[in-house]
Design a protein around this ligand. Structure first.
Ligand SMILES: Cc1ncc(COP(=O)(O)O)c(C=O)c1O
Length: 896
């Protein structure tokens, strides 16, 4: 909105300058310019650049009718804002203010690229005092500083919060002098955007001084920032909670220089990248290599007559940084004590965990590590069946019994949604009734799903902990690493909620609420609040940093917020980490995780907000264009989420008539929400299936890469690297495809038209029903009739060829009708959708066979069409059953 208004002002002032000879026209443009400038003044109040002084100068130019100069100035400011140019030229004083010395000094440092940021000062003081502050800070600047900052002053609590929510340049906050609550600056233009500033509720705050509350809220909304407090209260009289919420406390009497230095120091601490920096240093040192790894320092590459182009392509630094050294400034991932230890600690702070571990083989490995660390054979794990295959393999390796949970189907688009909380509770209660609750160790859910469905993490954890207070949660956040850096998203992440619930359950207020809740329960009614004396917060999140943030491929992290980690799981976790981690981890990848951490620390908030904005732009562009609507629909929130899971009733983020809807309420309340950066385009009306559309149209013709398709849809994602240009490129490509389809359709003869119509009918109406998980065959069930199966026993039973046979798909249903029991001996994973429709030991259902028969995808892992479905021989099942009845099996783990 801000950039849009500047562009409009640029056009109006340009017209104003041009219309000198037409006074009527001139009046019109002048009026429009005044209104726009007024509107902008209300917004610019929250930013240091261009700042109030420049806005005032523009107003003066308008008054004095210096229209040509005005148009130039507005155009310059707009250009600098749109291109972000003001940030690479942080010397943003008006050129006229500059003295010769400053210019010369600046030129001496021209080569050094400075980082620009803004500091928010919250203080209710006069304009005169503000001037003094700005002047003193200006005098403290040293041209050799690596960073330079602009100053934003806000005089009220509300204004400070608005600045924090909108101004992504802010990297530090100084709260000086208790601010009053109400803003005098909220203009009608920004009113609709600050709804939740009005809704902030401090009724529970013990402190009635707004300064410390601001510190607390600042930490909540933008935890990466350094927040300083300037006060007169002596240390002894300051509350612990106040001290905790600020990076440092200053006294009014202290020199402003101290504050300035603390600000720069705070920035340089966050700027630190311990491992990346160590690796850079290491690569500069002359080293003789007398161990393995000839590629190290490029020795085997640049001397080679045959592969030196490989070296030229990647450049010398890559090879200089290739090393297996764990000393000389570097560190060992398997037992870090130096820069890797520090880098992981810093990542823990940025991602909000208690412990963070870097993983160099993707979240596929991170998932197996966590599973092995926390569950053992015979434990029970509740898991969404459509989770990533790494979890199924993890379960097979650990020997735990999975209890599969069914996500609700989105039949029309051949996709699954997510698992409703009621379904999870129902399974858990079933296990409780069967006396198996103590065996249940973990609830594992994918958040968000590939298609962008996001759980209400807090509600799930609260209600599950009410039934089982020691449940361990594993949130697979492979697609959600970016979510920790903006407030809406963050509220639905494992780490944030773990921290929030831990503090909540410790509080006296909660204890009182819990007691009232228990007293209000009717006979037989289940508590919905966990018992504060029993509850333990044990949360793990695995994230593919490389999927949504800056990291080389395979760079992942495990984040842990487990209050029992040291006592109960650290040793098994470290063993599991050793089991799956290479003794030669890739240093480039580790360095990229470290540098990526610095990036999210400084610009995660900005980049994530921008990627959401671009997603919204793309949604609107496709929805609004009739040429695109003809073939494509952007699937909406209501297409993905049935109304019973949308308590706020939000149906879509954007609507042609109503415009934008706010997402905040839905993200706080609804059982499921849709991540707007995952944009699913329904393409059934093109008559082309998802896979062909991806390869033939998007990739071959326009070099557009996407990850996921369904039978009749393709998924686009925006991320922190997406640019406005790439969104335009995609929209243009879709327009060209639409034109091409028009031409193709026009050239069809009658018969071809009928075939095309049938194809469209098949893609839009005749979608094969999605099968639920059937059940484990009783010889693989942990306890007969109770959910949970021995996937490991079934998996290894199929190591002997004589135990299984192949049955062509077409013969499966007749065989079942004839009374044969078919039990899968392997995983069968069609791609898409990419998760197993059959796992070892699972009884095959008619529904599953019909689904497989109707599938027209090229890849089905674990199934060869020429051989048929691999199922256990019935004699083996009978033998297995007998062994099971006797209390043991040759290969299966003993069941209780
Ligand atoms: C939900 C989920 N978890 C885990 C993974 C595995 O992640 P990685 O590619 O980092 O190994 C994926 C990959 O697509 C995934 O979708």
């Amino acid at each position: 909105m801000r950039v849009d208004f500047w562009n409009r002002l640029k056009n109006e002032t340009a017209e104003l300058a041009r219309s000198a000879r037409n006074s009527k026209l001139q009046k019109l443009h002048e009026k429009a310019s005044v209104t726009l400038l007024n509107d902008l003044a209300g917004v610019e109040h929250y930013f240091a650049y261009p700042g109030e002084a420049r806005i005032k100068a523009l107003e003066r130019m308008l008054e004095r009718e210096e229209f040509v100069a005005l148009a130039h100035r507005v155009s310059d400011i707009t250009r600098l804002l749109v291109s972000d140019g003001y940030r690479s030229n942080p010397n943003h004083e008006d050129e006229d203010d500059l003295t010769m010395e400053v210019v010369e000094e600046r030129e001496r440092h021209v080569g050094s690229k400075k980082n620009y940021f803004e500091v928010l000062f919250v203080e209710d003081r006069s304009k005169e005092d503000e001037k003094v502050l700005r002047q003193s800070l200006k005098e403290l600047r040293d041209p050799s500083d690596q960073c330079e900052y602009g100053v934003v002053v806000q005089r009220s609590f509300q204004d400070a919060i608005i600045a924090l929510l909108f101004n992504y340049n802010i990297q530090a906050v100084v709260v000086r002098y208790a601010p009053p609550y109400h803003s005098k600056n909220i203009t009608p233009l920004i009113e609709p955007y600050i709804d939740y500033v009005h809704k902030l509720d401090f009724s529970e705050e013990a402190d009635n001084d707004l300064g410390p509350i601001l510190g607390k809220l600042g930490k909540q909304f933008r935890p990466e920032l350094n927040i300083y407090y300037v006060t007169d209260t002596t240390l002894g009289n300051l509350k612990d909670s106040t001290i905790k919420n600020f990076s440092r406390i200053f006294y009014q009497t202290e020199d402003i220089q101290e504050l300035h230095l603390a600000i720069l120091r705070g920035i340089s601490e966050r700027y630190e990248t311990p491992f990346f920096s160590a690796l850079k240093e290491y690569s500069k040192k002359p080293t003789g290599v007398f161990h393995a790894m000839p590629i190290s320092r490029g020795n085997s590459i640049f001397k080679s007559r045959w592969i030196n182009d490989f070296g030229d392509f990647y450049g010398r630094n890559l090879f200089l940084a290739e090393s297996s050294a764990t000393s000389g400034g570097l560190d060992s991932l398997l037992q870090p004590t130096g820069p890797l230890k520090k880098a992981q600690e810093m990542a823990g702070r940025s991602y909000g965990s208690k412990r963070t571990f870097f993983v160099t083989n993707g979240t596929s490995t991170a998932n197996k590590i966590v599973m092995q660390a926390l569950v053992k054979p015979n434990d029970v794990v509740l898991v969404d069946r459509d989770c990533h295959k790494s979890h199924h393999y993890g379960l097979m390796l650990s020997g735990a019994y999975p209890v599969y949970l069914d996500s609700y189907p989105i039949q029309e688009y051949s996709m699954y949604g997510a698992v409703p909380l009621a379904h999870i509770k129902q399974k858990l209660m079933r296990l409780k009734e069967a006396g198996r609750l103590q065996k249940v160790k973990m609830l594992l859910l994918t958040n968000c799903t590939f298609d962008g469905l996001v759980y209400n993490v807090e509600r799930v954890m609260e209600e599950i902990l009410a039934i089982k207070p020691d449940m361990i949660f594993l949130w697979d956040e492979a697609w959600f690493a970016f979510a920790g850096f903006t407030y809406n998203y963050k509220q639905r992440t494992g780490m944030f909620v773990a921290n929030k619930l831990f503090n909540k359950y410790k509080s006296l207020t909660y204890r009182t609420e819990y007691e009232a809740h228990m007293a209000s329960l009717k006979e037989g009614e289940l508590p919905r609040m966990p018992d504060p004396d029993k509850v333990r917060i044990r949360v793990y999140a695995t994230q593919s940093t490389h999927k949504t943030l800056s990291s080389f491929r395979q760079g992942s992290m495990i984040h842990i917020w487990d209050e029992d980690f040291r006592r109960k799981s650290e040793s098994t976790f470290l063993e599991a980490y050793m089991t799956h981690t290479s003794t030669s981890p890739n240093y480039q990848m580790l360095a990229s995780l470290d540098a990526g951490r610095r990036q999210v620390d400084f610009e995660g908030f900005e980049l994530v907000e921008k990627s959401v904005e671009l997603a919204m732009v793309l949604r609107a562009k496709i929805n609004d264009n009739p040429r695109l609507n003809k073939y494509f629909d952007v699937l909406t929130v209501q297409d993905f989420i049935p109304s019973q899971y949308r308590q706020t009733g939000l149906k879509e983020y954007y609507d042609k008539k109503a415009g934008w809807n706010r997402m905040e309420d839905a993200w706080q309340l609804d059982e499921f929400v849709l991540d707007p950066t995952k944009i699913t385009l329904a393409i059934g009306r093109t008559g082309v299936d998802g896979d062909t559309f991806k390869n033939k149209y998007l990739m071959d013709k326009f070099n557009i890469q996407i990850n996921k398709t369904s039978r009749n849809s393709v998924l686009f994602m925006t991320n922190i690297g997406t640019t406005r240009g790439s969104v335009t490129y995609l929209t243009n490509a879709l327009l060209k495809i639409a034109d091409e389809l028009d031409e193709e359709f026009a050239a069809l003869n009658q018969r071809e038209k009928e075939i095309r119509k049938k194809r469209i009918q098949a893609l839009t109406k005749e979608v094969p029903p999605l099968p639920d998980f059937s059940f484990f065959h009783h010889s693989f069930q942990a306890v007969p009739g109770v959910p949970g199966g021995d996937i490991r026993a079934a998996y290894f039973l199929a190591y002997d060829e004589e135990n299984y046979e192949y049955l062509p798909l077409k013969e499966c249903i007749p065989a079942m009708e004839a009374g044969n029991v078919l039990v899968a001996s392997s995983f069968v994973i069609p791609y898409p959708p990419g998760f197993p429709v059959l796992v070892p030991g699972q009884q095959v259902s008619e529904e599953i066979i019909r689904f497989l028969l109707a599938l027209d995808v090229r890849e089905i892992h674990g199934y060869r069409a020429d051989l048929g479905l691999r199922v256990f021989k019935e004699s083996v099942l009978n033998r297995q059953k007998t062994m099971s009845a006797m209390g043991g099996m040759p290969l299966a783990t003993k069941k209780k």
